[in-house]
Write a protein that binds this ligand. Structure first.
Ligand code: HXC
Length: 268
């Protein structure tokens, strides 16, 4: 479709290198993929970070790599987002180490392909519990600190639920809920100086999410107006903007970052 291919930008070409100096980020799902890249990019702009997940060993390795590439501090802290007690412990560890939390990314997610006809109630619930209840639990555990810092939330959603994407009932329902939760959070907490926004990534190459959705591989280039698959840097750059003071009047927004893919309807 497109003869144009947009370049993958580097955040350092646009944003100040010390944009987030002195700030602290708490990120669920930061061990790999899109959230890892967001954390790495924000650390390269001066933030110290806690990354949260179930895989303690993988988290420690990721934290080490993040420190090495950015020179900032990174705390790996184990928690299952389905368990409010574990999250509260991770938040306490973060505040004990860094003294505060300014930014929260609710990024932990689970997904697989399954039609409604064969999806068990427990399988549906597993994804709702990780993606939606996990986001709620993360908000509840961090809100007292985000109120103190007049900080900001970023939720990683999807564009799946704008249409009916087959085999994705569980994650579509969960991500619709995440968008709604963020909007309510923005309205309730705006008067306390807290912001909440959502990024809805389109097809992002070389991620676990993409390989789960397209196990045979899918080059979406021809379906994307801007002429290429997404890169994790595309999401990271949007996150840097939404956490930056330049976005201080932006809250309750869902920002699709997808090269225009969600607007495509094929003519027949
Ligand atoms: C059908 C499945 C299934 C599959 C699991 N289940 N995998 N059903 N097809 N492929 C069912 C199980 O049979 C069980 O139901 C129920 O789901 C719970 O499974 P468990 O393995 O016990 O749950 P758990 O260990 O908590 O694992 C959660 C999970 C898993 C979501 C199922 O895949 C996971 O932990 N994923 C985390 C990593 C991940 O998914 N990363 C991709 C993120 S990308 P029964 O009835 O048998 O008890 C992403 C992007 C979203 O999320 C947006 C995309 C654009």
């Amino acid at each position: 479709m497109s003869s144009y291919k947009s370049a993958v930008p580097n955040s350092k070409d646009t944003f100040r290198h010390d944009l987030f100096k002195g700030k602290v980020l708490f990120c669920t799902g930061g061990r790999s993929g899109i959230c890892y890249k967001i954390v790495e990019t924000m650390m390269s702009h001066g933030v110290d970070a806690a990354i949260v997940g179930r895989d303690g060993k993988g988290l420690a390795e990721s934290a080490q790599a993040l420190v090495k590439t950015t020179g900032q501090k990174c705390l790996p802290t184990s928690a299952d987002v389905r368990d409010p007690g574990q999250l509260e412990k991770a938040v306490k560890e973060t505040v004990d180490k860094f003294g505060k939390i300014d930014f929260v990314i609710c990024g932990a997610a689970g997904n697989f392909l399954a039609p409604i006809s064969s999806l068990s109630s427990n399988a549906f619930k597993a994804v709702i519990d990780i993606d939606l209840l996990g986001t709620y639990n993360t908000i509840k555990a961090t809100l007292p600190y985000i109120r103190q810092s007049h900080g900001s939330y970023l939720h990683i959603s999807a564009t799946l639920h704008y249409r009916g994407v087959p085999y994705q009932a569980h994650v579509s329902a969960a991500k619709s809920g995440v968008d709604a939760l963020s909007n309510v959070l923005a309205v309730e907490e705006g008067p306390r100086g807290v912001r909440s926004n959502v990024i809805a990534p389109g097809p992002i190459g070389n991620t676990e999410g993409m390989s789960r959705l397209s196990p045979m591989g899918w080059d979406a280039t021809n379906d994307i107006p801007l002429g290429r698959m997404g890169d994790t840097s595309d999401i990271a750059n949007a996150a840097v903007f939404l956490f930056s003071p330049a976005a201080s009047w932006i809250t309750g927004t869902v920002l699709p970052v997808d090269g225009g893919e969600n607007h495509i309807r094929q003519l027949s």
